[in-house]
Ligand binder design. Sequence first.
Ligand SMILES: NC(=O)c1ccc[n+]([C@@H]2O[C@H](COP(=O)([O-])OP(=O)(O)OC[C@H]3O[C@@H](n4cnc5c(N)ncnc54)[C@H](OP(=O)(O)O)[C@@H]3O)[C@@H](O)[C@H]2O)c1
Length: 317
Amino acid sequence: MNNGMKTKNQIGPILVTGAAGQLGGVGRTVTGLLLDRGLPVRAMVRRDDDRATALRAAGAEVVVGVLLEPADVHRVVSGCRRVYFGMSVSAGYLEATVTMAAVAREVGVDALINMSQMTVSQMSIQNTTTSPQQRQHWLSEQALAWSGLPVVTMRPTVFLEGFFLPLTGPSVRDRSRIELPFGRGKTNPVATADVARVIAAVLADPAPHFGQVYELTGPQSQDMDGVAREYSDALKHEVTYAEIPAEDWERGLKKAGLPEHLTRHLLTMAELNRAGRYDRLADGVERLTGRSAMSVRDFVSLHANEFGGRRSERSPD
Ligand SMILES: NC(=O)c1ccc[n+]([C@@H]2O[C@H](COP(=O)([O-])OP(=O)(O)OC[C@H]3O[C@@H](n4cnc5c(N)ncnc54)[C@H](OP(=O)(O)O)[C@@H]3O)[C@@H](O)[C@H]2O)c1
Protein backbone atom coordinates (compact mmCIF):
# COMPACT_ATOMS: atom_id res chain seq x y z
CA MET A 1 0.00 0.00 0.00
CA ASN A 2 1.21 3.50 -0.83
CA ASN A 3 2.51 5.30 2.26
CA GLY A 4 0.11 8.17 1.65
CA MET A 5 -2.85 5.81 1.69
CA LYS A 6 -2.18 4.31 5.11
CA THR A 7 -4.94 4.85 7.65
CA LYS A 8 -4.51 7.10 10.71
CA ASN A 9 -4.07 4.02 12.90
CA GLN A 10 -1.31 2.65 10.68
CA ILE A 11 0.73 5.85 10.65
CA GLY A 12 0.21 6.67 14.34
CA PRO A 13 0.58 10.24 15.54
CA ILE A 14 2.65 12.66 13.46
CA LEU A 15 5.51 14.08 15.53
CA VAL A 16 6.01 17.85 15.32
CA THR A 17 9.11 19.15 17.12
CA GLY A 18 9.54 22.75 18.30
CA ALA A 19 5.75 22.85 18.58
CA ALA A 20 5.41 25.48 21.30
CA GLY A 21 7.18 28.19 19.33
CA GLN A 22 6.23 31.81 19.18
CA LEU A 23 3.04 32.87 17.47
CA GLY A 24 3.82 32.22 13.83
CA GLY A 25 6.41 29.56 14.65
CA VAL A 26 6.45 26.76 12.09
CA GLY A 27 5.93 23.81 14.47
CA ARG A 28 3.05 25.44 16.26
CA THR A 29 1.28 26.32 12.99
CA VAL A 30 1.89 22.87 11.46
CA THR A 31 0.36 21.29 14.57
CA GLY A 32 -2.85 23.31 14.11
CA LEU A 33 -3.07 22.55 10.39
CA LEU A 34 -2.65 18.80 10.90
CA LEU A 35 -5.29 18.78 13.66
CA ASP A 36 -7.61 20.69 11.30
CA ARG A 37 -7.12 17.87 8.80
CA GLY A 38 -8.20 15.38 11.48
CA LEU A 39 -4.70 13.89 11.76
CA PRO A 40 -3.35 12.87 15.19
CA VAL A 41 -0.38 15.00 16.32
CA ARG A 42 2.27 14.45 18.98
CA ALA A 43 3.58 17.93 19.74
CA MET A 44 7.05 18.08 21.27
CA VAL A 45 7.77 21.02 23.58
CA ARG A 46 10.70 21.88 25.81
CA ARG A 47 8.61 23.05 28.77
CA ASP A 48 5.15 22.21 30.04
CA ASP A 49 3.91 25.80 30.14
CA ASP A 50 0.83 27.74 28.94
CA ARG A 51 1.75 27.07 25.33
CA ALA A 52 1.73 23.32 26.04
CA THR A 53 -1.67 23.68 27.67
CA ALA A 54 -2.96 25.46 24.56
CA LEU A 55 -1.62 22.67 22.33
CA ARG A 56 -3.41 20.07 24.49
CA ALA A 57 -6.62 22.09 24.36
CA ALA A 58 -6.33 22.12 20.55
CA GLY A 59 -6.22 18.31 20.58
CA ALA A 60 -2.51 17.48 20.37
CA GLU A 61 -0.77 14.86 22.49
CA VAL A 62 1.95 16.94 24.18
CA VAL A 63 5.33 15.43 25.01
CA VAL A 64 8.08 17.27 26.84
CA GLY A 65 11.74 16.77 25.91
CA VAL A 66 15.02 18.26 24.80
CA LEU A 67 16.19 17.64 21.23
CA LEU A 68 19.82 17.38 22.37
CA GLU A 69 19.00 14.46 24.70
CA PRO A 70 19.02 11.13 22.79
CA ALA A 71 16.83 9.39 25.39
CA ASP A 72 14.22 12.19 25.16
CA VAL A 73 14.27 12.05 21.37
CA HIS A 74 13.86 8.27 21.43
CA ARG A 75 10.92 8.54 23.81
CA VAL A 76 9.09 11.12 21.71
CA VAL A 77 9.77 9.53 18.30
CA SER A 78 8.79 6.00 19.39
CA GLY A 79 5.38 5.15 17.94
CA CYS A 80 5.58 7.85 15.21
CA ARG A 81 6.16 7.11 11.50
CA ARG A 82 6.13 10.69 10.24
CA VAL A 83 8.16 13.54 11.73
CA TYR A 84 8.54 17.27 11.18
CA PHE A 85 11.94 18.30 12.52
CA GLY A 86 12.65 21.95 13.26
CA MET A 87 13.71 24.02 16.25
CA SER A 88 14.89 27.53 17.07
CA VAL A 89 18.07 28.88 15.51
CA SER A 90 20.62 27.75 18.09
CA ALA A 91 24.17 26.51 18.54
CA GLY A 92 23.21 22.84 18.98
CA TYR A 93 21.28 22.55 15.71
CA LEU A 94 23.55 20.07 13.93
CA GLU A 95 23.82 17.85 17.01
CA ALA A 96 20.04 17.82 17.37
CA THR A 97 19.62 16.92 13.68
CA VAL A 98 22.06 14.02 13.86
CA THR A 99 20.47 12.80 17.10
CA MET A 100 17.08 12.84 15.37
CA ALA A 101 18.50 10.95 12.38
CA ALA A 102 20.04 8.26 14.59
CA VAL A 103 16.79 7.79 16.48
CA ALA A 104 14.62 7.88 13.35
CA ARG A 105 16.73 5.09 11.81
CA GLU A 106 16.47 3.03 14.98
CA VAL A 107 12.72 3.53 15.36
CA GLY A 108 11.96 3.10 11.64
CA VAL A 109 10.50 6.48 10.69
CA ASP A 110 8.76 6.48 7.26
CA ALA A 111 9.05 10.20 6.52
CA LEU A 112 11.23 12.98 7.93
CA ILE A 113 10.46 16.55 6.90
CA ASN A 114 13.54 18.66 7.59
CA MET A 115 13.50 22.44 8.03
CA SER A 116 16.49 24.08 6.37
CA GLN A 117 17.20 27.44 4.74
CA MET A 118 17.25 28.66 1.15
CA THR A 119 20.83 29.90 1.48
CA VAL A 120 21.92 26.23 1.49
CA SER A 121 20.98 26.16 -2.23
CA GLN A 122 23.97 28.44 -2.88
CA MET A 123 26.44 26.72 -0.53
CA SER A 124 29.21 24.23 -1.26
CA ILE A 125 32.53 23.18 0.23
CA GLN A 126 34.18 26.11 -1.56
CA ASN A 127 31.36 28.56 -1.02
CA THR A 128 30.10 28.78 2.52
CA THR A 129 28.84 31.69 4.65
CA THR A 130 29.82 33.21 7.99
CA SER A 131 26.52 32.19 9.64
CA PRO A 132 26.99 29.27 12.04
CA GLN A 133 23.30 28.40 11.54
CA GLN A 134 23.59 28.24 7.74
CA ARG A 135 26.71 26.10 8.01
CA GLN A 136 24.90 23.72 10.34
CA HIS A 137 21.89 23.47 8.00
CA TRP A 138 24.27 22.69 5.12
CA LEU A 139 25.93 19.93 7.13
CA SER A 140 22.59 18.70 8.51
CA GLU A 141 21.20 18.21 5.02
CA GLN A 142 24.20 16.10 4.13
CA ALA A 143 24.02 14.03 7.30
CA LEU A 144 20.35 13.34 6.59
CA ALA A 145 21.19 12.30 3.01
CA TRP A 146 23.84 9.88 4.34
CA SER A 147 21.29 8.51 6.86
CA GLY A 148 19.31 6.90 4.05
CA LEU A 149 16.05 8.05 5.69
CA PRO A 150 13.13 9.11 3.49
CA VAL A 151 13.67 12.86 3.81
CA VAL A 152 11.86 15.88 2.37
CA THR A 153 13.79 19.15 2.65
CA MET A 154 12.22 22.59 3.15
CA ARG A 155 14.37 25.57 2.20
CA PRO A 156 12.43 28.74 2.94
CA THR A 157 13.91 32.19 2.54
CA VAL A 158 13.65 34.80 5.35
CA PHE A 159 10.37 34.64 7.34
CA LEU A 160 7.84 37.46 7.62
CA GLU A 161 6.75 36.25 11.09
CA GLY A 162 10.17 35.24 12.42
CA PHE A 163 12.21 38.17 11.05
CA PHE A 164 10.25 41.12 9.63
CA LEU A 165 7.60 41.26 12.35
CA PRO A 166 9.92 41.27 15.40
CA LEU A 167 12.80 43.18 13.78
CA THR A 168 10.89 45.90 11.91
CA GLY A 169 7.68 46.05 14.01
CA PRO A 170 9.00 48.38 16.76
CA SER A 171 10.57 51.02 14.44
CA VAL A 172 7.54 50.98 12.12
CA ARG A 173 5.27 51.44 15.14
CA ASP A 174 7.38 54.22 16.67
CA ARG A 175 8.89 56.04 13.69
CA SER A 176 7.14 54.70 10.55
CA ARG A 177 10.54 53.45 9.38
CA ILE A 178 11.97 50.06 8.48
CA GLU A 179 15.49 50.30 9.90
CA LEU A 180 17.82 47.59 8.59
CA PRO A 181 21.33 47.32 7.09
CA PHE A 182 19.95 45.64 3.93
CA GLY A 183 21.48 48.01 1.31
CA ARG A 184 19.97 47.99 -2.18
CA GLY A 185 19.61 44.19 -2.28
CA LYS A 186 16.26 42.65 -3.11
CA THR A 187 14.39 40.27 -0.83
CA ASN A 188 11.28 38.12 -1.10
CA PRO A 189 10.23 37.06 2.42
CA VAL A 190 7.85 34.17 2.95
CA ALA A 191 5.11 33.80 5.56
CA THR A 192 5.65 30.93 7.99
CA ALA A 193 1.90 30.42 7.61
CA ASP A 194 2.65 29.43 3.98
CA VAL A 195 5.70 27.35 4.94
CA ALA A 196 3.56 25.50 7.49
CA ARG A 197 0.85 24.85 4.87
CA VAL A 198 3.48 23.25 2.62
CA ILE A 199 4.79 21.09 5.46
CA ALA A 200 1.32 19.99 6.55
CA ALA A 201 0.47 19.01 2.96
CA VAL A 202 3.65 16.93 2.71
CA LEU A 203 3.14 15.28 6.13
CA ALA A 204 -0.39 14.29 5.14
CA ASP A 205 0.93 12.40 2.11
CA PRO A 206 4.74 12.27 2.12
CA ALA A 207 5.56 9.45 -0.34
CA PRO A 208 5.48 11.53 -3.58
CA HIS A 209 7.93 14.00 -2.03
CA PHE A 210 10.79 11.80 -0.80
CA GLY A 211 14.18 13.18 -1.82
CA GLN A 212 12.68 16.51 -2.92
CA VAL A 213 14.03 19.89 -1.88
CA TYR A 214 11.43 22.66 -1.79
CA GLU A 215 12.51 26.28 -2.07
CA LEU A 216 9.91 28.61 -0.61
CA THR A 217 9.64 32.38 -1.11
CA GLY A 218 6.99 35.06 -1.25
CA PRO A 219 5.47 36.22 -4.56
CA GLN A 220 7.75 39.19 -5.39
CA SER A 221 11.43 40.00 -5.03
CA GLN A 222 12.00 43.71 -4.44
CA ASP A 223 14.36 46.12 -2.72
CA MET A 224 13.58 47.60 0.69
CA ASP A 225 11.93 50.72 -0.81
CA GLY A 226 9.50 48.36 -2.52
CA VAL A 227 8.95 46.48 0.75
CA ALA A 228 8.31 49.83 2.52
CA ARG A 229 5.71 50.74 -0.13
CA GLU A 230 3.86 47.49 0.67
CA TYR A 231 3.93 48.39 4.38
CA SER A 232 2.58 51.86 3.47
CA ASP A 233 -0.28 50.43 1.41
CA ALA A 234 -1.23 48.00 4.18
CA LEU A 235 -1.03 50.55 7.03
CA LYS A 236 -2.47 53.49 5.05
CA HIS A 237 0.33 55.85 5.99
CA GLU A 238 3.82 56.37 4.68
CA VAL A 239 6.47 53.93 5.86
CA THR A 240 10.02 54.45 4.56
CA TYR A 241 13.15 52.34 4.46
CA ALA A 242 16.07 53.77 6.42
CA GLU A 243 19.44 52.16 5.82
CA ILE A 244 21.37 51.85 9.09
CA PRO A 245 25.03 50.87 9.56
CA ALA A 246 25.51 47.15 10.26
CA GLU A 247 27.50 48.07 13.41
CA ASP A 248 24.54 50.00 14.85
CA TRP A 249 22.22 47.08 14.13
CA GLU A 250 24.66 44.68 15.77
CA ARG A 251 24.81 46.91 18.87
CA GLY A 252 21.00 46.88 19.06
CA LEU A 253 20.81 43.09 18.74
CA LYS A 254 23.40 42.66 21.48
CA LYS A 255 21.63 45.17 23.71
CA ALA A 256 18.42 43.17 23.26
CA GLY A 257 20.30 40.17 24.69
CA LEU A 258 20.21 37.93 21.60
CA PRO A 259 22.53 34.92 21.84
CA GLU A 260 25.84 35.16 19.95
CA HIS A 261 24.86 32.33 17.55
CA LEU A 262 21.66 34.14 16.51
CA THR A 263 23.36 37.55 16.30
CA ARG A 264 26.05 36.19 13.99
CA HIS A 265 23.38 34.53 11.86
CA LEU A 266 21.38 37.76 11.54
CA LEU A 267 24.50 39.79 10.66
CA THR A 268 25.31 37.31 7.89
CA MET A 269 21.76 37.56 6.58
CA ALA A 270 22.12 41.35 6.35
CA GLU A 271 25.49 41.03 4.61
CA LEU A 272 24.07 38.53 2.09
CA ASN A 273 21.07 40.79 1.55
CA ARG A 274 23.37 43.72 0.72
CA ALA A 275 25.17 41.44 -1.75
CA GLY A 276 21.90 40.61 -3.53
CA ARG A 277 21.84 37.00 -2.32
CA TYR A 278 18.24 37.24 -1.04
CA ASP A 279 16.97 38.18 -4.50
CA ARG A 280 15.01 34.97 -4.93
CA LEU A 281 11.80 33.71 -6.45
CA ALA A 282 10.60 30.12 -6.12
CA ASP A 283 7.17 28.61 -6.69
CA GLY A 284 7.21 25.94 -3.93
CA VAL A 285 4.29 27.42 -1.98
CA GLU A 286 1.95 27.59 -4.95
CA ARG A 287 3.04 24.24 -6.38
CA LEU A 288 2.47 22.34 -3.14
CA THR A 289 -0.60 24.11 -1.76
CA GLY A 290 -2.35 25.36 -4.91
CA ARG A 291 -2.44 28.89 -3.44
CA SER A 292 -0.05 31.72 -4.15
CA ALA A 293 2.29 32.82 -1.37
CA MET A 294 1.26 35.71 0.87
CA SER A 295 2.53 39.16 -0.13
CA VAL A 296 4.25 41.57 2.26
CA ARG A 297 1.23 43.86 1.95
CA ASP A 298 -1.25 41.14 2.94
CA PHE A 299 0.98 40.05 5.82
CA VAL A 300 1.32 43.59 7.21
CA SER A 301 -2.41 44.09 6.75
CA LEU A 302 -3.13 40.92 8.72
CA HIS A 303 -0.79 42.05 11.52
CA ALA A 304 -1.59 45.79 11.30
CA ASN A 305 -1.95 46.19 15.07
CA GLU A 306 1.54 44.83 15.70
CA PHE A 307 2.90 47.38 13.19
CA GLY A 308 1.17 50.29 14.94
CA GLY A 309 -2.24 50.08 13.31
CA ARG A 310 -3.89 51.42 10.18
CA ARG A 311 -4.62 55.09 9.74
CA SER A 312 -7.80 56.21 8.04
CA GLU A 313 -5.99 58.29 5.44
CA ARG A 314 -2.54 58.04 4.02
CA SER A 315 -0.53 61.01 5.21
CA PRO A 316 3.17 61.76 5.53
CA ASP A 317 4.41 61.66 9.14
N1 LIG B 1 13.40 32.99 10.92
C1 LIG B 1 13.67 32.93 9.62
O1 LIG B 1 13.68 33.95 8.91
C2 LIG B 1 13.95 31.58 8.98
C3 LIG B 1 14.05 31.51 7.59
C4 LIG B 1 14.30 30.26 6.99
C5 LIG B 1 14.44 29.13 7.78
N2 LIG B 1 14.34 29.25 9.14
C6 LIG B 1 14.52 28.04 9.96
O2 LIG B 1 13.33 27.78 10.67
C7 LIG B 1 13.66 27.12 11.89
C8 LIG B 1 13.06 27.88 13.04
O3 LIG B 1 11.67 27.72 12.91
P1 LIG B 1 10.67 28.48 13.87
O4 LIG B 1 10.81 29.96 13.66
O5 LIG B 1 9.37 27.85 13.68
O6 LIG B 1 11.27 28.08 15.29
P2 LIG B 1 11.00 28.77 16.68
O7 LIG B 1 9.56 29.11 16.78
O8 LIG B 1 12.04 29.81 16.90
O9 LIG B 1 11.38 27.57 17.66
C9 LIG B 1 10.61 26.42 17.75
C10 LIG B 1 10.81 25.79 19.08
O10 LIG B 1 12.05 25.09 19.20
C11 LIG B 1 12.19 24.84 20.57
N3 LIG B 1 13.52 24.40 20.92
C12 LIG B 1 14.67 25.10 20.82
N4 LIG B 1 15.71 24.36 21.25
C13 LIG B 1 15.21 23.17 21.63
C14 LIG B 1 15.77 21.99 22.17
N5 LIG B 1 17.09 21.88 22.39
N6 LIG B 1 14.95 20.96 22.47
C15 LIG B 1 13.61 21.06 22.25
N7 LIG B 1 13.03 22.14 21.72
C16 LIG B 1 13.81 23.19 21.42
C17 LIG B 1 11.82 26.16 21.25
O11 LIG B 1 11.32 25.91 22.54
P3 LIG B 1 11.11 27.12 23.60
O12 LIG B 1 10.07 28.01 23.00
O13 LIG B 1 10.64 26.45 24.83
O14 LIG B 1 12.43 27.80 23.72
C18 LIG B 1 10.77 26.72 20.29
O15 LIG B 1 9.48 26.67 20.83
C19 LIG B 1 15.18 27.05 11.95
O16 LIG B 1 15.59 25.83 11.40
C20 LIG B 1 15.58 28.19 11.04
O17 LIG B 1 16.88 28.03 10.52
C21 LIG B 1 14.09 30.43 9.76
